[in-house]
Write a protein that binds this ligand. Structure first.
Ligand code: ARG
Ligand code: ZN
Length: 486
């Protein structure tokens, strides 16, 4: 009885106290911790909740002789909720200190999660600055499919590649493609080495103790898996495409002759892509050719793809096509990988077709008939699963994502004809320029844009299990090749 009475008395008192708290939100912030992952269907712990990054300012010093990295990351982000703590993704390396809004912050690490507890809660909507000092010898991140990403040291240099989750191996961040940001990446290396990164080279200068500092700037938003740094004794060549895009090629010693024919086509490829898919999305283009035995695959790192050695023309075409499809229009989740790879593969088919080679229709028919020899890179396994639902995180870079993904696009083209199909490709690149999109966004957009019901294409080709039968459609008339500008 007594107890009840006291509860009755306390209730109005509590209401008064709550009212008071609500009245002074300016001084008392009710923050809670941001989520430790974005629940990506394939990489649930990649990325973090509660904030969006606006800009990364990375300052790295690297010595190829001992493989040590000394770095400061300054991350400008906007809180999407009141935050008492938030996470960054970081794998390995030693965190020496963290400041938030100029004040020392507590932090701790479990697995690949760096949890930061600011001295003062962050308000919803607040733009805040986090500075992380870290160092150590970065170790590659091993992908579920067994490939290596992250910071990869080679014979006389290093390269950083991040697809899908390797970027946490060299800088702390919100490592999920759905959080794109602009970047400044400054790299200091011993004299004699070149340091190359995304975007434009703002300055190159001698600093103390025989070191050269390279300051790179990326003004367009970038998904963190597309950030790169390459250190080596590269031969650098610069130029411009016909329409004025600045080109910067860095080629490892010994790879110059092998790279020359394909790199000579880079300008033409950028102009062809611009005619086919709409304006090239970035202010700069280029290439980074690594010495052999550093990497086993190429990656479409933004503005400057990385190649594991001298690339051929098809590979340069593929990685440059990703600048529209993957880099500018980025996947919302790792399940949407076919929006990258199916499109870049289909771009190779279109390039060949436009240059009097095998037509896309012929490749499509040959694949269906079980003959993948029309594509030098494909194996017979193009149909192991549906491109929009790889069976696991270890399968997102497998053949069906590339080749059956390309066949989905060809099926659309068969249904709607060339005029609507190429309008769709350009419209898609324009509509989601510098953004993110999902498979559902694409299927809805394709139907809206072309005015066709494409349900059967989605059901059978995009989501359906098993090898689809040859479609019962009259193939649309062949394309009038788009003249490559320049
Ligand atoms: N996206 C790259 C390309 O198609 C391939 C990356 C392979 N990465 C991997 N983890 N298997 O050019
Ligand atoms: Zn690709």
């Amino acid at each position: 009885m007594e107890h009840r009475a006291s509860v009755r008395l306390a209730a109005p008192l509590l209401a008064v106290l709550l009212g008071l708290t609500a009245g002074c939100t300016g001084t008392t912030v009710q923050g809670r911790p941001g989520a430790s992952g974005l629940r990506d269907p394939y990489f649930p712990r990649a990325g973090n909740g509660g904030y969006q990054v606006e800009h990364y300012d990375l300052d790295l010093a690297y010595d190829p002789a001992d493989g040590q990295l000394h770095a400061t990351a300054v991350i400008t982000a906007r809180a999407e909720q009141g935050l008492s703590a938030f996470n960054l993704d970081l794998s390995g390396l030693k965190v020496e200190g963290v400041d938030v809004q100029g004040a020392g912050a507590r932090f701790n690490r479990t697995g690949n999660e760096l949890t930061v507890r600011p001295a003062k809660d962050l308000k919803k909507g607040e733009v805040f600055r986090t500075e992380i000092d870290y160092s150590g010898r970065p170790k590659p991140v091993v992908d579920p499919d067994g490939s290596k990403e992250g910071w990869i040291a080679g014979p006389d240099g290093a390269v950083a590649v991040g697809e899908p989750v390797g970027s946490m191996g060299w800088f702390p961040g919100n490592h999920h493609p759905s959080d794109k940001a602009t970047y400044d990446i400054t790299v200091t290396v011993p004299n004699g080495y070149e340091a190359v990164s995304n975007g434009e080279l703002r300055s190159r200068r001698q600093v103390e103790d025989g070191q050269t500092e390279f300051a790179w700037h990326s003004p367009e938003p970038m998904a963190s898996y597309l950030a790169t740094v390459a250190v080596g004794k590269f031969k650098v060549t610069t130029g411009r495409t016909a329409s004025g895009v600045a080109v910067y090629d860095a080629v490892a010693p010994g790879e110059e002759a092998g790279s020359a024919p394909a790199l000579a086509r880079l300008g033409e490829i950028v102009e062809w892509g611009s005619a086919k898919f709409g304006p090239y999305p970035f202010g700069t283009a280029g290439s980074i050719v690594m010495p052999p035995r550093t990497l086993t695959y190429a990656l479409e790192t933004q503005t400057k793809p990385v190649y594991p050695g001298a690339p051929d023309e098809e590979l340069v075409l593929h990685e440059m096509a990703h600048q529209w499809f993957g880099d500018s229009v980025s996947p919302k989740s790792w399940k949407d990988m076919w929006l990258n790879e199916g499109f870049a593969t289909y771009a190779e088919w279109l390039w060949a077709e436009d240059r009097g080679g095998v037509s896309a229709q012929r490749r499509f028919e040959a694949f269906l008939a079980g003959d993948t020899s029309v594509d030098p890179h494909a194996d017979g396994d193009w149909d192991a699963f549906a491109p929009a639902s790889p069976p696991g995180p270890d399968k997102i870079s497998d053949d069906p994502v590339y080749y059956r993904g390309a066949m989905v696009l060809h099926r659309i083209r068969q249904e709607v004809g060339d005029a609507k199909f190429f309008g769709l490709l350009r419209g898609w690149a324009a509509d989601h320029r510098h953004g993110n999109a999902s498979t559902a966004d694409f299927t809805a957009y394709a139907e809206r844009r072309t005015g066709h019901d494409l349900r059967t294409v989605w059901d059978v080709w995009l989501y359906g299990e098993g090898r689809p039968a040859a479609p019962a459609v009259t193939p649309a008339p062949a394309a009038t090749p788009t003249p490559a500008a320049g």
